[in-house]
Design a protein around this ligand. Sequence first.
Ligand code: OFO
Length: 169
Amino acid sequence: MISQKMADAINEQIKNEFYSGWLYLAMSFKAEEMSLKYFAEWFRLQESEEKMHANKMCNYLLDQGAEVKLSALDKPKFDGSSIDAMVTETVKHEKFITDCISNLVNVAKEENDNATFNFLQWYVEEQVEEVASVTELDDLVKLAGPGQLLLLEERLKEVISLRNSETTA
Ligand code: OFO
């Protein structure tokens, strides 16, 4: 059994993870509007990863005999005027999520909760990967500029098929 403070903090992060998915889903629709099919698909993949992150936390709370408390999600807030702005927003958002995970780890330390501390290490590692991959994409979008987005679409097509083959392997 984990402390109420720990459970509340995890429930708050569950909301953040579902919100991340909500945000990326909205970005995916925007990318579709711009006819950037593979950017749209990439945002969809991000969305499903976020749902997985949230569900993993829900399962953990249940395993620990704590209550999962879902709350209302805010309307996704982002600048959807260009793909460049959306990818940059993604980097900013992932850095925010990294800070949230760090705060959760601090709560686990304060509560002397070794099980939750261990559980959270997966998210610590995941955030390193998430920030690195979205930063790389952001750099590429900026380097390419609006004239080369179709080349980036091709690159994303490869990234997506690689990710799909990893999940089906
Ligand atoms: Fe759940 O990692 Fe992104 O937000």
